[in-house]
Design a protein around this ligand. Structure first.
Ligand SMILES: Nc1ncnc2c1ncn2[C@@H]1O[C@H](COP(=O)(O)OP(=O)(O)OP(=O)(O)O)[C@@H](O)[C@H]1O
Ligand SMILES: [Mg+2]
Length: 279
């Protein structure tokens, strides 16, 4: 679905490349989590997948990004955005209407969705995100978290093949964050969407994503299935990635002489492991 080959990108005016020699392949139906310290290039990578780099953000672009068989440099943003639905890190900059329903209609009308289909898409997206009650509200009256949900619903209504979200739970409390991830899981499993999400809440991400990509200083530091990446939790702490404490538990226990332990990715697994040791 997405194939990136040797991508290097330096923003105009940037002192050094924001992305360096990135190559990656995302299969259709993948659920990818992107993590990394501040300034690692996560948002820039998302912009490159969505075509904003290099269409909106100018700079030196080397290598290629192919999304659903489209080369992002050779194709127009309007065509790329039909395939990749993006929820930006800065949700405020994404919302342009003053009422929730109008915001959602804007995208649908822009895409030329037939009138007869619009109502069904609107109600589906509002229901999926659990904000049917916000439909007629003004954006100004919404909390940050509610705005984030409106941005997500607006994208879901457009039915892209790829959902790309840059820190979608930044403004959300733990309950709503989990709700967003459950929604992504449903879109991924039931509707086959490819999901790519940049997220600081690594514990939550680890529970839902199938693969993790760790970025550091514009490069892929490591990538692979969630467990395989989290086995390197201590090393990742060293580059400024705050892994869940349960992930480094196995390493700490090994260092304390308890032998080889499998990595845990949630509290239940950690509890089972510790209980086993105490038996
Ligand atoms: N529009 C821009 N113009 C010039 N440089 C930029 C621009 N946007 C980002 N950069 C630079 O590119 C590098 C990567 O930034 P990016 O925003 O992609 O990192 P990030 O991993 O998303 O960070 P964060 O965790 O803070 O969101 C940084 O050095 C940043 O200063
Ligand atoms: Mg960012």
């Amino acid at each position: 679905m997405i194939k990136i080959e040797s991508l290097t990108f330096q923003y105009d005016g940037g002192g050094e490349p924001a992305l360096r020699d990135i190559s990656l392949d995302v299969e259709p139906g993948g659920f990818i989590g992107i993590i990394g310290p501040a300034g690692a290039g996560k948002t820039t990578l998302a912009r490159a997948i969505g075509g904003m780099v290099p269409h909106h953000y100018k700079g030196d672009f080397y290598g290629s990004v192919i999304v659903d068989s489209m080369d992002t440099v050779e194709n127009r943003m309007t065509d790329i955005s039909r395939v990749v639905g993006t929820v930006f890190q800065d949700v405020e900059s994404q919302i342009i209407s003053s009422v929730v329903e109008d915001e959602m209609l804007y995208g649908l009308e822009n895409f030329g969705i037939p009138r007869g289909e619009i109502e069904e898409r609107l109600t589906f997206a509002l229901r999926q995100v659990g904000i049917e009650d916000l439909r007629c509200r003004t954006i100004a009256s919404l909390s940050g978290g509610q705005r984030q949900k409106v941005a997500i619903a607006s994208i879901i209504a457009l039915r892209p093949k790829v959902l790309l979200l840059d820190e979608p739970t930044g403004e959300l409390d733990p309950g709503s964050s989990r709700m967003v991830f459950s929604l992504l899981k449903e879109m991924n499993e039931r509707y086959g969407l490819t999901v790519i999400v940049i997220e600081q809440k690594i514990m939550l991400l680890s529970e839902f994503a199938k693969q993790l990509i760790v970025l550091n200083e514009g490069k892929i530091y490591c990538s692979g299935p969630v467990r395989q990446v989290l086995e390197r939790a201590k090393e990742l702490e060293g580059i400024g990635v705050n892994c869940p404490r349960v992930a480094s538990l196995a390493i700490s226990l090994k260092e304390a002489g308890c032998g080889e332990m499998p990595v845990c990715i949630n509290v239940d697994e950690a509890e089972t492991m510790v209980r086993g040791l105490l038996r």
